[in-house]
Design a protein around this ligand. Sequence first.
Ligand code: ARG
Length: 473
Amino acid sequence: MPTDSSASSTTPAVPAAAWSGRFNEPVAERVKRFTASVGFDQRLARVDIDGSLAHARMLCHVGVLSGPDLADIERGLGQIRQDIDGGRFVWSLDLEDVHLNIERRLTELVGDAGKRLHTGRSRNDQVATDLRLYLRDAIDQIRVLVRELRRALIDLAEVHADTVMPGFTHLQVAQPVTFGHHLMAYAEMLERDDGRLADARKRTNWLPLGSAALAGTSYPIDREHVARALGFDGICANSLDAVSDRDFAIEFCAAAALVMTHLSRLSEELILWMTPRFGFIDIADRFCTGSSIMPQKKNPDVPELVRGKTGRVNGHLIALLTLMKSQPLAYNKDNQEDKEPVFDTVDTLVDSLAIYAEMMRGVTVDPVAMRAAAMQGFATATDLADYLVKKGLPFREAHEAVARCVRHAAEHGVDLSQIDLEVLRRFSPLIDTDVFGVLTLEGSIAARNHAGGTAPAQVRAAIQAARAALETA
Ligand code: ARG
């Protein structure tokens, strides 16, 4: 959308600021540029018009605005909406922000009725309402994308409910797990994210309008009427709180920071798994880029960029918390700084989630490489200890016996399952032929057959529950 900061050359006079009556000199150019928000709050134009229409209809309903005035306002705002949608609206820096730009244009279009729109309202309750309307829609859009990514993860997990990979702690091979189980851990994280976003939406969806500048208004307004018209759950209870509260934006940014943190963790794993040293997965070429100097390179740019973008989203959360921490009641101009962090958080989440949902469907898996890696770190050592415990040995003694056994295997360069029975029995006479059932990767995985465990049957149950959760809310 074009921003016209030199309207003076094409229009008869620089439009006087809406509040200029009590000033002796015009605001300095540099200050005008510094204080204006129209460059970024244009994004609120559509919700600003929705809010103005609901306000005007309420004013008419309670008898403050005449029917003909309301008709003029509706016509004018309809025209402005079309001009904005068509990219024809001329934004003026002299008019400071989205609210004053629209109001001035309305007055140009419909005359005095336009000047009556702001009756019983302030930009303070107006902007708080706009931001809530904007964020409510943004949360709905983001939740759809979170769900698409959850679905992609669950689908891939289902294909790999039996695929064995090494599970890690400290990034050292710990115990075998299934790849499906590993993916479902991320599906769980995103299910919680979805819940957090839904929860943040609940506290976003309350109407500040009617609080006016800070204390309410002397007109006989009907705030519930406006709340219903705009789909809010109700009205903000205290006018001072209503115009200054930005908790809802902070809550959203906190939920967003966790979404990005989860994507960043997954990114880190995808990047590791794609290095030839792991070779667990490949990411479809359309999500990767090459190197301009090294012809052999295929780089996981998307996960790297998502990991990097987590920084800006975390930063926006801190920016908003810091913005609010020392503000006295009620509205302060500081609050104008709330918009860019919120907008950029929304953009970053929308882009990152959309591309991840597609990319996870372009991940191919190498079960042979995963299995080979699981065979390398004595991943079934715990199973051998548990085996001895079940034969009566106290766990601490079993742990010690198996540790010595692992040392022997490491020295001879073999896996525990490759050691002869008579050698195994040197570490504990309790060991018998049935030990080989527990020393295999499949035996280890199948044994963890309880809710939350990695046994394929449990992974399938988790997938079923996750799919059911996707259908609700
Ligand atoms: N552009 C302002 C903002 O974003 C609108 C509210 C201005 N209110 C005021 N009293 N100056 O916060």
